[in-house]
Write a protein that binds this ligand. Sequence first.
Ligand SMILES: NC(=O)c1ccc[n+]([C@@H]2O[C@H](COP(=O)([O-])OP(=O)(O)OC[C@H]3O[C@@H](n4cnc5c(N)ncnc54)[C@H](O)[C@@H]3O)[C@@H](O)[C@H]2O)c1
Length: 351
Amino acid sequence: MERTVFRFNNRNEEYSVLISERFKELIPEAAAMLKGHRALVLTDGITAGLYLEGICGALSDYGIPADTFIIDPGETSKSLNTLGSVLRFLVLNSYKKTDFIINLGGGVVSDLGGFAASVYMRGMNCINIPTTLLGMVDSSMGGKTAIDFEGVKNILGTVHQPSLVLCATEFLTSLDEAQIRSGCGEILKYSLICGRDLLKGYESTGAVSAEVIFECCSIKRDLVCADEFDKGIRHILNLGHTFGHAFEAASGYGLAHGEAVALGLLAEARFGAAIGVSSSETADMILEKLIKIGFSPNYERYAEKASRLIVHDKKSSGGRISMPFIGTDGKPRIVSVEISDAAGFLAGSAG
Ligand SMILES: NC(=O)c1ccc[n+]([C@@H]2O[C@H](COP(=O)([O-])OP(=O)(O)OC[C@H]3O[C@@H](n4cnc5c(N)ncnc54)[C@H](O)[C@@H]3O)[C@@H](O)[C@H]2O)c1
């Protein structure tokens, strides 16, 4: 079992991300934390069918009874309506601040459940059990929670850290190819940030190991713990995301989050080379990697629509946006760019 610890020195708080092949190895630490408290397992319909009975059974073996709450699978559940129904359950069942929501599923479940945990009684506990690759390497840790509102993705959100994250790679075996690719998009981002090829093993075996998930979590930990509220250095984790979010929206959310990020990594690297902050070798290397891991690296079909959407990016201000790039020295750096330049680059690559 591997362990990454997120430590927030400013308020003397920390939590662990535990990573193993088998969920069974991870449950004792969760059970110890849950003892004497109530637990609500929040999950979606698909994940429930696969893993809910097993998780509740494992908790029950440790004498921990759990309530369950099942939401519809998919992004539409990140809504005020579903949030309201989760909160209503907590109120009607007299949950306390010291009780736990256990988010079992991908980023949709942890974004919604984390949000509910952050506002219920001004903050109750939550434990994340990610079951998607994207969840294990990204969305289950770092504390960002969100729901969508009035058609705008992640427009309502909070920062609320979980108390524990349990990643068991055995859950990855039931994911479809698109979901694995989506997680690989984020792993490629971490590879670029740390300058090491974290996808080599996946290329040869077709599986992502617990060690690689550990590496990704550790990179995220270093950046989140240095800048929990995303005011500076944490922006590096946004590599590929400025264009990626625009491609995701331009595809009508047909592209999974990590798939859009992967295309964003390529397009941003080419943009970086065009404005002289990155080298074109970085873009060439990303293109080669995307093809090797089974992506169709063709973002051009989304580029025209994305060029119009990017003007409304939530992170822009005064016509500029801070974007991370891999610099010519191979290290990540944050550069303030004119939104109109980014939009112009995308419009120019439309095909
Ligand atoms: N908070 C953050 O830091 C952060 C970071 C990145 C992404 N996100 C958010 O995460 C969401 C995307 O997360 P996601 O990619 O995990 O998608 P998801 O949660 O929608 O899960 C994808 C699909 O896989 C199914 N599924 C989950 N686990 C499974 C398993 N083990 N086997 C088979 N099917 C399984 C789900 O039911 C769903 O249909 C987006 O809403 C995005 O905005 C949040």
